[in-house]
Write a protein that binds this ligand. Structure first.
Ligand code: URP
Ligand code: ZN
Ligand code: ZN
Length: 459
């Protein structure tokens, strides 16, 4: 059935207008003032509300065997949580370990998502080792519609690649026009510092940050950038957390290295004192790179507003309290990750746009458009235009609420942002023209989500 969204304040990364949006067969077919609603059209009145393009989370973990356990979400729970928070597309990290084959891993991850996601999705393909089999497997995965890889400089012996493997991955990526996303921390330094701290009896979650200090992330970022520089590949630094790493990435950009920068919502709002809380409360806030000293937050907000940080994702990765307690004897065993797929947009709007730290268009750009452009989804996703998929967020800036694990849709028993106020939330969310969320309720189709095939574009 056609859908007409009337009277909204339509905001994209580079435009703002008051207009109606008409949707037929999943696509925006007309935009303009006072559009007619033919009989049989559903009408939504968006007066007093923004209409944003569906938001894109470029960094999530849903199915993830990691640190002796599995992340808690299913594609069903994570996608509904995403939609409640205005995210209509996510890109999941497909992460087979060094013990697994890339192609087998890819099919496994894809099968977990198929018919299970309420919103659209894609994958970044992790390259956790590089053997004689890898190139042909990666070529097949790219042909199937995955145009971004992922490498970990951290997590030695599990996901982490050697320098020679990074070189081969980047060389292939350049040939294929694929962008390579990277977790940038020096694995050897992390391993050495962890051992030293544990030997000294420093085993609590408060020692997680000192085991991966700013300089370790800055080195990892510089290291990755140097490999990009010498292979000519395009790269994307994930979950950048601190000034040192930002400087390393920006210095590379200045040298002409093709490098994009992502930060994630926890790093803008949570600082290392959260991980210093006693017992499991601290463990809940262990992720890598770690939550930092609060002084880094102003640096990240400024760089985001200036467009130096390209995107804001979540690194959504839920482990519940019982799983976090695997690290009761040593912080090195705490499963790393903080969920955020449901909260990202509302937090960015509240603490960025409403507090005057983030321009409204930059907000749309960072949370939707730029990810669509970098990862080959634009203009199908990431904007509001005739011909684009009708993924729309009618957003109520007058809503007031408080984040609580009691009302979340993520499959977890805590929320890392518990108690934070939000000043705005989606009133209506559509996925290809179908209303999936209305007034804080999921009202849609649980299996509406489709796998998005993406073409390589980084030549
Ligand atoms: O702590 C994190 N970030 N957990 C998920 C795995 C990763 O490094 O992205
Ligand atoms: Zn990571
Ligand atoms: Zn991650």
């Amino acid at each position: 059935m056609p859908l007409l969204i009337r009277n909204g304040d339509i905001v994209t990364a580079d435009s703002r207008s008051r207009a109606d949006i008409y949707i037929e067969s999943e696509t925006i077919t007309r935009m303009g003032r006072d559009l007619e609603a033919p009989p049989g059209t559903d009408v939504i009145d968006a007066a007093g509300k923004y209409v944003f393009p569906g938001f894109i989370d470029p960094h999530v973990h849903i199915y993830l065997p990691f640190m002796a356990t599995f992340a808690k979400d299913t594609h069903q729970t994570a996608s509904i949580a995403a939609l409640m928070g205005g995210t209509t597309t996510y890109i999941e990290m497909c992460c087979p370990s060094r013990m697994d084959e890339a192609l087998e891993g890819y099919h496994l991850w894809k099968s977990k998502a198929e018919h299970n996601s309420a919103c659209d999705y894609s994958f970044h393909m992790a390259v956790s080792k590089y053997t004689s089999e890898t190139e042909s497997q990666l070529r097949e995965i790219v042909r199937d519609g995955v145009s971004s890889f992922k490498i970990f400089l951290a997590y030695k012996n599990f996901f982490g690649v050697e320098d020679s493997e990074m070189y081969q991955t980047l060389t292939l990526a350049r040939k294929l026009g694929v962008v390579v996303t990277a977790h940038c921390e020096n694995a050897e330094l992390v391993a050495q510092l962890q051992q030293e701290l544990v030997r000294e009896g420093k085993t609590g979650s408060e020692w997680h940050e000192p085991s991966r200090p700013e300089s370790v992330e800055a080195e990892g970022t510089h290291h990755f950038a140097t490999f990009l520089e010498n292979t000519g590949a395009s790269g994307y630094v994930v979950h950048l957390s601190c000034e040192g790493a930002l400087k390393a990435a920006l210095a590379a950009k200045e040298r002409g290295v093709k490098i994009y920068i992502e930060s994630v919502i926890p790093h803008f709002l949570l600082d290392k004192t959260y991980a210093e809380r006693p017992g499991v409360e601290g463990m809940k806030h262990v992720m890598s790179p770690p939550l930092r000293n609060q002084r880094h937050q102003a640096v990240l907000w400024n760089a985001l507003n200036a467009g130096l940080i390209d995107t804001v994702g979540t690194d959504h990765c839920p482990f519940d309290s019982e799983q976090k307690l695997l690290g009761r004897n040593a912080f090195t065993d705490i499963p790393n990750g903080i969920p955020g797929i449901e909260e990202r947009v509302n937090l960015l709007f509240t603490y960025g746009v409403k507090r005057g730290k983030l321009d409204l268009h930059r907000f749309v750009d960072a949370a939707s458009t730029r990810a669509a452009k970098i990862f080959g989804l634009f203009p199908r996703k990431g904007t509001i235009a005739v011909g684009s998929d009708a993924d729309l967020v009618v957003y109520d800036p007058a809503y007031n609420g408080v984040i609580s694990a009691l009302s979340q849709h993520v499959n977890n028993d805590y929320n890392g942002f518990e108690g934070m106020r939000i000043e705005g939330r989606p009133a209506v969310v559509t996925v290809r023209g179908k209303v999936q969320v209305q007034d804080g309720e999921f009202v849609g189709e649980r299996a509406r989500g489709r796998f998005l095939k993406r073409e390589p574009s980084h030549f």
